[in-house]
Design a protein around this ligand. Structure first.
Ligand code: DOR
Ligand code: ZN
Length: 373
């Protein structure tokens, strides 16, 4: 393992990157950024009225999204995933062009037959691992990864990726160390025992995770959220406790944020866009025991543009947002485009989350890029 190596230095082991089809025009004080329509490889859409309220934000920006299965009850079977997919399609606004890519919630009752069925369905694209109790609706998650080895065998055979919430839940482990400890205790063993299993370490937050993925074989990838590129853990305590900046894995030190920016902007195809946009009602966040989750779907690609621009790497945004994930999942790249304009706008203080107010990322504050119609 070469922990000190720079990102992007492994092109020799990877297929070459295509030249980005990026059109960056600056005319009469207007700067437009046109890129191939992106996809969101990690999204929480919820269900019912909340689904109907948040789905248009994602569908306006992204052509496809990997939809998280942590509903109540969890989306643990192909039949449940199929029904959930129908509800998402029914909730799409008129004329929207958006494809939900479904996932199965891994439980200790998941069988190799479920995996074969998932692969045969054509609409289930991955299986999501939550350590039991790690986060929102993770109670039905897995207590011991070894109980799932038969299922991992089947996933390896059927080429169905394992998406991981990569944190240990051991109460003896400091909350800020839960991801590096997961990498050390579990990821290394998984990679050894299932050398061909496709894996995505979701919403990575630390240098340890970024370096592990960088140095792992090409079938190990990672998603990176806008909040982990734009904020460090000071944002949770800025002038008082800020529940709307609380998510899991929790924000980390500035040094980790910088490594994540380096990874995202490196051009390394292992890293791709996954917002982890996770709506919760305002009252559920502003509580004595608040829910973890940051809602970013209202401005996701705009926020990524800000992070890439700050790093002087706008030319790397398209590959991260529109190519790497599709290539990893073996899906065709999108053909349409979206355009962002450098035109600051103010995010509303709150949004309707389906009959209940919710507080979006950057509420009441400015965002530098605006999505054009
Ligand atoms: O912050 C988070 N919110 N992290 C997760 O892992 C789950 C998500 C949610 O569903 O609210
Ligand atoms: Zn998530």
């Amino acid at each position: 393992m070469c922990a000190g190596a720079a990102f992007g230095g492994r092109a020799d082991r990877r297929r070459p990157l295509f030249a980005p089809r990026l059109h960056y025009t600056s005319r009469m004080h207007t700067t437009d950024l046109t890129l191939t329509r992106p996809d969101d490889w990690h999204l929480h859409l919820r269900d019912g009225a909340m689904l109907a309220a948040v789905l248009p934000h994602a569908a306006r920006r992204f052509a496809r999204a990997i939809v998280m299965p942590n509903l109540k009850p969890p989306v643990a079977t192909v039949a449940l995933a199929g029904a959930y997919r129908e509800r998402i399609l029914a909730a799409l606004p008129e004329g929207a062009d958006f494809e939900p890519l479904m996932t199965l919630y891994l439980t200790e009752a998941t069988t190799p037959e479920d995996i074969a069925q998932a692969r045969a369905s054509g609409f289930v694209h991955a299986v999501k691992y939550y350590p039991a109790g790690a986060t929102t609706n993770a109670a039905s998650g897995v207590t011991d990864l070894r109980r799932c080895y038969g299922v991992f065998e089947a996933m390896q055979k059927h080429q169905l990726p394992l998406l991981m919430h990569g944190e240990v839940t051991d109460p003896a482990v400091d909350v800020f160390d839960r991801e590096p400890v997961f990498v050390e205790r579990h990821l290394t063993a998984l990679l050894r025992d299932f050398p061909a299993l496709r894996m995505v370490l979701e919403h990575i937050t630390t240098s340890e995770a970024a370096h592990f993925v960088r140095d792992a074989p090409a079938h190990v990838g990672a998603t990176i959220t806008p909040q982990h590129l734009l904020m460090n853990r000071n944002a949770i305590f800025a002038g008082g406790l800020r529940p709307h900046n609380d998510c899991l894995p929790v924000l980390k030190r500035e040094t980790h944020r910088r490594t994540l920016v380096e990874a995202a902007t490196s051009g390394d195809p292992s890293f791709f866009l996954g917002t982890d946009s996770a709506p919760h009602p305002r009252h559920a966040k502003e509580s004595s025991c608040g829910c973890a989750g940051i809602y970013s779907a209202h401005a996701a690609i705009e926020l990524y543009a800000e992070a890439f621009e700050a790093a002087g790497a706008l030319d790397k945004l398209e590959a991260f947002a529109s190519f790497h994930g599709a290539d990893f999942y073996g899906l065709p790249r999108n053909t349409g485009t979206i355009t962002l304009r450098k035109q600051p706008w103010t995010v509303p203080d709150e949004l309707d989350f389906g009959g209940t107010p919710g507080v979006p990322m950057r509420a009441g504050e400015s965002i530098a890029w605006r999505l054009q119609a």
